[in-house]
Design a protein. Sequence first.
Length: 117
Amino acid sequence: MGELERAVMEVLWDRAEPVVVRDVAAALAGRDLAYTTVMTVLDRLAKKGFVRRHRDGRAWRYEPVNSREGYVAQLMLDALALTGDRDAALTRFAQSVSTPDAETLSQALADARDPEP
């Protein structure tokens, strides 16, 4: 995802409901982007599967397919897939995180192994 696509996604992730191009363009007003540029970026994001859209009269409403957290988790999994030694990469990652992050990971792993009924 490019820098402009990421900025558009940040706007979508911060919204509670689907938005039209005009709303995204207004949120990015400080970037001095043309309406058509924002429309093109949203169209590209839809084609890449990052956003879904539906008609609302003559306009399209856009919303993210995944949460910000889901997107970041997928990036991490994609990076892990690039290594020839997943065990070594995971070990190195676990040794590199802060104590609070390690505790969060440990709790998430425990929850995944023993889901609540």
